[in-house]
Design a protein around this ligand. Structure first.
Ligand SMILES: NC(=O)C1=CN([C@@H]2O[C@H](COP(=O)(O)OP(=O)(O)OC[C@H]3O[C@@H](n4cnc5c(N)ncnc54)[C@H](OP(=O)(O)O)[C@@H]3O)[C@@H](O)[C@H]2O)C=CC1
Ligand SMILES: Nc1nc(=O)c2c([nH]1)NC[C@@H]1CN(c3ccc(C(=O)N[C@@H](CCC(=O)O)C(=O)O)cc3)C=[N+]21
Length: 287
């Protein structure tokens, strides 16, 4: 039996349909065009792909988008000034600063300077605290997208054993918080974890957010388990840029119960949730 394929392209298209109708409502009833501002510092080619995708999807949903491209030498005070300007612009509802930033810039300072009500990434300490204490407001996009995909397979997640591999602030930690809130029994694994394979082999759900191509193979996965692959690893194969997940799809898909592909899995869901957060932010800003 081959695993059920959890199709991020299709599910994200459904989410974007909902976003588009929310956008139409905000327009009709409040004369508001929900608008996302994306700030990109430097010329990282992968980041440019994501930013392009975000702007494209925003336009399709009837939303506004503004791109600010700053050169790699931008100073902290230049960046702070731009964020200040965007914080105070009533026509901007969401602000995303593409990470990672060049090493001379302080990421924590930048994230904290974004107005929490416009923090559509959900990375501001106030939003992180709200999620941790079970009062989520703007929830990080990638984990939010993973939860929507998981719900397709498990409408009730109560009591499931979930292992999250990776503990970053942008994926692993918020993912674990959302699974816990959904009543899963959650284990967070990382580079210092012992017996990581057997931990994963005991899981009903494995979420891979490691950043290593095809790190998790069939030996790690219990038959019938649900596997969510967050990894996006771009590797040159015969001079062509190819994307690989953190999961060895070939070996795992015959064993898993359900699995997300790369590309066409978590990536498109992240963008859909970003735009969903932007319409939510626009609604919060009404009153
Ligand atoms: N689809 C999407 O929309 C998105 C995809 N991504 C992708 O997801 C992946 C993870 O991203 P991100 O969380 O930002 O990455 P980070 O590099 O910030 O975190 C990676 C995590 O994996 C852990 N890790 C590294 N090596 C091992 C190992 N050998 N065994 C166990 N754990 C290990 C690290 O542990 P430790 O903490 O101990 O160092 C760390 O917690 C990347 O491929 C990234 O490109 C990211 C964001 C969005
Ligand atoms: N502040 C901030 N917020 C982020 O959410 C953020 C970030 N910084 N920095 C980088 C990571 C990565 N990320 C992706 C988004 C979409 C795809 C995506 O659309 N992927 C397509 C393929 C795109 C391609 O061809 O490369 C897919 O998987 O099918 C991937 C990765 C968001 N991130």
């Amino acid at each position: 039996m081959m695993a059920q394929l959890i199709d991020g392209k299709q599910i994200s298209a459904e989410v974007l349909q909902e976003v588009a109708s929310e956008v139409a409502l905000l327009k009709a009833e409040h004369d508001i065009v929900p608008t996302l501002a994306v700030v990109l510092v430097g010329e990282d080619p992968a980041s440019q792909v994501y930013v392009r995708n975000k702007v494209k999807r925003a336009t399709e949903a009837g939303m506004g988008s503004i791109e600010h491209r700053l050169d790699a030498g931008t100073t902290q005070s230049d960046l702070n000034e731009l964020i200040d300007f965007l914080n105070n612009d009533p026509e901007v509802h969401g602000i995303l600063v593409q990470l990672p930033l060049p090493p001379h810039l302080n990421e924590d300072e930048v994230i904290s300077s974004i107005h929490p009500a416009k923090d559509v990434d959900g990375f501001h300490p106030l939003n992180v605290g709200a999620l941790a204490s079970g009062r989520p407001s703007l929830v990080p996009c990638t984990p939010q997208g993973c939860m929507i995909m998981l719900r397709q397979v498990h409408p009730d997640l109560s009591g499931k054993n979930a292992v999250v591999v990776g503990r970053s602030n942008i994926v692993g930690k918020p993912m674990a918080a959302l699974l816990l809130q959904a009543n899963c029994t959650v284990t967070i694994a990382h580079s210092r974890t012992k017996n990581i394979e057997s931990l994963c082999r005991n899981a009903d759900i494995v979420v891979a957010a490691v950043g290593r191509a095809e790190f998790i193979n069939a030996d790690w996965i219990s038959p019938g388990a649900t596997v969510i692959d967050v990894g996006i690893n771009a590797i040159d194969v015969d001079g062509k840029r190819k994307l690989f997940g953190d999961v060895d799809f070939e070996s795992v898909s015959p064993i898993a119960g359900a699995i997300t592909p790369v590309p066409g899995g978590v990536g498109p869901m992240t963008i859909a949730c970003l735009l969903l957060n932007t319409t939510r932010a626009a609604k919060f800003q009404l009153d």
